[in-house]
Design a protein around this ligand. Structure first.
Ligand code: GLV
Ligand code: GLV
Length: 330
């Protein structure tokens, strides 16, 4: 049987070409994502699906795709996919970890620096024609980064890459994570990092960066109490998933000076609405979910996504299989 594959958006690089050489490929060629019904109808007979994090792949959709064998996600996070439902239906789910680790850690750092040093405000100030006095003793003063304490919530691949970058800034590194792993050993041994309870991290850190996946345990884990316990000079960075922070509480904290600033690449709802109060706050730097958005990384993600898909459809174990039970159960 010739496999056919639906790709929910044109993705950059040679990944799709690799899939085209082996299987029949249909690519959704619109800058807006297909809605659920459009995915259901275009992928109806497909054995493979390449999905993005904006595509809700739920049980009901899977039931409309009876031939589906693999969902190859073009992202490391896969909270848009009901993995349990996929496993129950014998559908493999894969993701693209690894390649985007350093690119996402770079963006977390870009947000740390832009927020702490008020870079976006400074840029608007100059472009807006406000620079009338050559040098101002208190003009756009921000927070130091060097020598401060960085608190990392979720110390996996990306969290540890963010920690590694802090070394050049002579920072103290605290982290809070679900379980010990080789990243925690590396951060302890090489960077002098310390694993601490969440409350300790929140009250002692100057910059707090979120690196947890979104799931039932992490949803809303930073709410009013957690924000209240942070320093008033604290900066919160989120490049993971918007919903790990309760956005309403974050707005409250930023408006009331409970924390000093925030750098956000992710939101509870994406795209966020133009009237989101976060967008009217000067102490917030925002980006439209571009953590992995370097030209090289987005192309490599396409190749990994293709390799996972090809392996799965050929009957091999995909290199980045998320639900290994699907194979173990066979
Ligand atoms: C992006 O957020 C990803 O999960 O790859
Ligand atoms: C994601 O790649 C993570 O483990 O941080």
């Amino acid at each position: 049987m010739k496999h056919s594959v639906f790709v929910t958006r044109a993705i950059p690089g040679s990944g799709i070409q690799m899939v085209r050489e082996k299987f029949e490929v249909d690519v959704w060629d619109n800058k807006f994502p297909p809605d659920r019904d459009e995915i259901a109808s275009r992928a109806r007979n497909c054995t493979g699906l390449i999905s993005l994090l904006s595509d809700p792949i739920d049980a009901a959709l899977m039931d409309e795709l009876p031939n589906l064998k693999i969902v190859s996600q073009y992202a490391v996070g896969y909270d848009n996919i009901d993995v349990q439902a996929a496993t129950e239906r014998g559908i493999m789910v894969t993701n693209t970890p690894g390649v985007l680790t350093d690119t996402t850690a770079d963006l977390a750092w870009a947000l740390i620096m832009a927020t702490a040093r008020r870079l976006v405000e400074a840029d608007s100030y100059v472009r807006g024609g406000n620079w009338k006095v050559a040098w101002g003793p208190s003009l756009l003063t921000g927070q130091d980064i060097h020598g401060k304490t960085l608190g990392i919530i979720g110390l996996g691949r990306i969290g540890s890459a963010v920690a590694r970058r802090a070394k050049g800034f002579d920072m103290e590194i605290l982290y809070h994570t679900r379980s010990r792993n080789h990243y925690t050993d590396e951060v302890d041994d090489e960077l002098g990092g310390r694993s601490v309870p969440l409350g300790h991290l929140l009250s002692e850190s100057d910059i707090i960066s979120m690196h947890v996946p979104l799931n039932e345990q992490t949803e809303g884990m930073i709410g009013k109490d957690e924000l209240f316990s942070m320093k008033k000079s604290a900066i919160l960075i989120n490049t993971s998933r918007g919903a790990v922070v309760d956005e309403e509480s974050l707005i409250w904290a930023l408006q009331n000076g409970e924390i000093w600033g925030a750098g956000l690449d992710v939101f509870e709802e994406e795209p966020t609405q133009e009237d989101n109060p976060l967008l009217s706050l000067n102490n917030v730097v925002v980006a439209p979910h571009i953590g992995s958005a370097s030209i090289d990384t987005r192309s490599k993600m396409g190749i990994i996504c293709a390799e996972n898909l090809v392996a799965g459809l050929k009957g091999d174990k995909p290199p980045n299989l998320v639900n290994r039970e699907v194979i173990d159960n066979d």
